[in-house]
Design a protein around this ligand. Structure first.
Ligand code: 3PG
Length: 212
């Protein structure tokens, strides 16, 4: 878990991807790697997600490909078997979270309240996703939550973009930010992988600018 968090900290921004077509998986992964964010949270919102994770993890074993929007233990099993190196969920489901952690796979469930943080801590977690970050109070809310929970770090996702990501990255309780702004569905559908690579490079540049 700690290794994974160190790697995610080093990358700084996790592209959150919705893939409709399995064929887009490899060109998308290439754009992410070339752009400098060798990481993806492939959301289990589409039928293509499982096979996309399989193809990416086989073609690029060093890339940090994980599964997002994992809502059930059955989805978690499919994601892990396909090669997902980490699991993310929008909310905190203790059953799914414990199931994944018991398999030795890093899991970052979503929280946006103190009670949910305490539930995650009870399962041994010290890193949580903060979702939906901007509507739920953004950085001021994370700072308020970090007050009592001194050992907890956050991965904010939801409403983060090239304009506001700097502030999040500059705060020392943030491991990485998730966001879809550089991998928008229409760009993927239209095969605009050069444009994706350009926006990924810009995002990677922001991480470097803020964190060195
Ligand atoms: C999601 O689950 O879709 C992520 O939170 C991405 O949010 P964003 O599209 O606002 O970056």
């Amino acid at each position: 878990m700690q290794d994974m968090m160190n790697r995610l900290y080093g990358i700084g921004i996790i592209p959150v991807v919705v893939l409709d077509r399995v064929e887009d998986a490899i060109p998308l992964a290439e754009a992410l790697i070339k752009g400098g964010l060798p990481c993806a949270e492939v959301t289990f919102r589409t039928a293509a997600a499982e096979e996309a994770i399989r193809r990416i993890s086989e073609a690029f074993p060093d890339m940090l490909v994980g599964a997002g929007t994992v809502l059930t233990t059955e989805q978690a099993d499919r994601a892990i078997t396909a090669g997902a190196k980490f699991i993310v969920s929008p909310g905190f489901n203790p059953k799914v979270t414990k199931y994944v952690l018991d398999k030795g796979v890093p899991m970052t469930p979503g929280v946006c309240t103190p009670s949910e943080i305490e539930g995650a801590m009870e399962l041994g977690l010290d890193v949580v996703k903060f979702f939906p970050a901007e509507p739920a109070g953004g950085l001021p809310m994370i700072k308020a939550l970090a007050g009592p929970y001194v050992g907890v770090k956050f991965m904010p996702t939801g409403g983060i973009n090239a304009k506001n990501v700097r502030d999040y990255l500059a705060y020392n309780k943030i491991i990485a930010c998730g966001g879809s702004w550089m991998v928008k569905g229409d760009l993927i559908r239209e095969g605009k992988f050069d444009e994706i690579e350009r926006m990924v490079r810009e995002a990677a540049g922001i991480v470097k600018e803020i964190r060195g």
